[in-house]
Design a protein around this ligand. Structure first.
Ligand code: GTP
Ligand code: MG
Length: 464
């Protein structure tokens, strides 16, 4: 075997988020994460990726720097005696800060080819004096440093991230820092991860540069495999929903028959959406669940929009005196809670018909194309929320969902033609063809969303 090791070390002031990022990148609940200084006390190595050629990508989690300004002053007084400092024996209990700083410097000096230095992006770079002192000390080791911004404002999209990167570049974009990247352990995506690895590759010499050229495609291939599996999951939901039919019970007043059929369709849909969430979470190797019901998700996102969507318009018009939420409730499961009896009568034909339409035989009800298009956007938002959820944050919760809906809507709109073509004729298209066509459209929408968020990453989305 002719492979090489590429070694990365996570270094930062204590409590910035090294272990959280290590968990996210290694996809495992390694180490200890606590909101307190000096939680991690020893250097530990984790395997991120390997190749058949015997290359290994290794990540070191390290204890954080303690009082770095004081330490730097002391080292400078001793004529930059890093050797002295690293040779001392510090008590890990009584000299926690010095012991941790020493471990960090040892890892940076002896265990790393590239240093990943994290800073809390909530700090103002102009006043980040601890980080400056730490970078000064690291610069004595003459190793390449990548500056990673974490703890970004929740749900920061492209423009906000770029602005932060630019501001930190202005202050820290000089040696030893080679590159500044936004990489939040809670909300990064696999596209960010591949970009991080390619930034690492740029800093390496042979033979590690070649090792990285083999490790990156391995990482990328695994990520793209997850993307393909997610596309399958989304496509299945769309095809199932497009073809779902419910018979109108005969002998009932027309409106009651329609509401009954709609309710049964909605219950199945809710189950299928939960199943989609569970699948997406499994594909990303996370744990957790989506607690929210599909009706809440569909209505909550609607109410933020400034344009009334077909769904909102229909619901608003339908529920005279009852409110849009109630109308949706009635249709999508509220009935099961007994609201049906109380409010059922206020559900007008308009509401039911905007989501549903009679099939050609006039005796069965199915979802309308408009509704399935809404559902597709919702499903894309769910994919984006799950794939951005970093393991460092623990179990998946769907509170980031709404923040992805706008991007999902735009991506659907950008691919409207493909979406319309795929969803337009569910009854006249053979099922196998329908599956293929829907899959093509879903993939186009997902890629459009990812490229809108990561415009410089088109190459990452191409198969290696
Ligand atoms: N919002 C946000 N919070 C984070 C992130 N990473 C870590 N945190 C929080 O920061 C705190 C410290 O996280 P750790 O991962 O333990 O930090 P560390 O750098 O390993 O800390 P030490 O081992 O003590 O030096 C925790 O409360 C985390 O929840 C991040 O990317 N985003
Ligand atoms: Mg730690």
């Amino acid at each position: 075997m002719s492979g090489s090791d590429v070694r990365l070390a996570l270094i930062s002031h204590t409590n910035v988020g090294k272990t959280s990022l290590a968990r996210t990148l290694a996809r495992s609940d390694l180490g200890e994460v606590v909101d307190a200084p000096h939680t991690t006390m020893e250097n530990s190595q984790h395997l991120l990726a390997e190749t058949d050629e015997g290359d290994r990508l290794l990540l070191w989690d390290t204890p954080g720097f303690g009082d770095s300004m004081k330490l730097k002053r002391r080292l400078e007084q001793r004529d930059r005696a890093v050797g002295w400092f690293l040779g001392e024996v510090w008590d890990r209990v009584t000299d926690r800060a010095l012991y941790s700083s020493q471990q960090a410097m040892l890892a940076a000096r002896d265990l790393a080819d590239v240093i990943l230095f994290q800073v809390n992006a909530a700090e103002d770079p102009e006043f980040a004096i601890q980080a400056q002192a730490e970078l000064d000390m690291l610069s004595w080791l003459e190793k390449p440093v990548l500056l990673l911004l974490n703890q970004l404002p929740p749900h920061s999209r492209r423009a906000a991230r770029n602005a932060l990167v630019q501001r930190w570049e202005e202050h820290f974009g000089k040696p030893p820092v080679r590159t500044v990247l936004a990489l939040d352990a809670y909300e990064r995506s696999w596209v960010d991860e591949v970009r991080l690895l390619s930034a690492v590759a740029e800093q390496l010499e042979e033979p590690q540069r070649s090792a990285m050229a083999r490790l990156i495609p391995a990482w990328q291939a695994r990520s793209l495999e997850r993307l393909e599996q997610s596309i399958d999951a989304l496509s299945n939901l769309v095809v199932t929903t497009l073809r779902d039919r419910e018979a109108l019970t005969s002998g009932q007043p027309a409106r009651l028959a329609r509401i009954g059929a709609l309710r049964r369709l909605a219950q199945r849909l809710e189950r299928n959406v939960k199943e989609l969430d569970a699948k997406l979470i499994r594909i990303e190797e996370l744990e957790g669940e989506s607690a929210r019901r599909i009706d809440t998700a569909l209505t909550a996102t609607r109410s933020h929009g400034d344009r009334p969507t077909p769904l909102q318009g229909a619901a608003g018009g339908a529920a005279v005196g009852a409110g849009a939420g109630a109308a949706i409730d009635i249709a999508l499961g509220g009935a099961a809670l007994g609201l049906f009896t109380a409010l059922g009568a206020s559900l007008s034909a308009a509401a039911a018909w905007s989501w549903c339409q009679r099939a050609v035989d006039k005796r069965t009800l199915g979802w309308s194309q408009e509704f399935v298009t809404e559902l597709l956007a919702e499903a894309v938002a769910r994919y984006l929320a799950v794939t951005h959820h970093g393991r460092g944050r623990g179990r998946f919760r769907d509170d980031a969902l709404d923040s992805w809906r706008e991007l999902a809507d735009e991506a659907v709109k950008a691919q409207q033609e493909a979406v319309d073509a795929a969803l337009g004729k569910p009854d006249s298209t053979p099922e196998e063809d329908l599956k293929v066509e829907v899959r093509v459209a879903v993939k186009k929408v997902l890629i459009a969303a990812l490229i809108a968020e990561y415009p410089h990453a088109e190459w990452i989305l191409d198969s290696p």
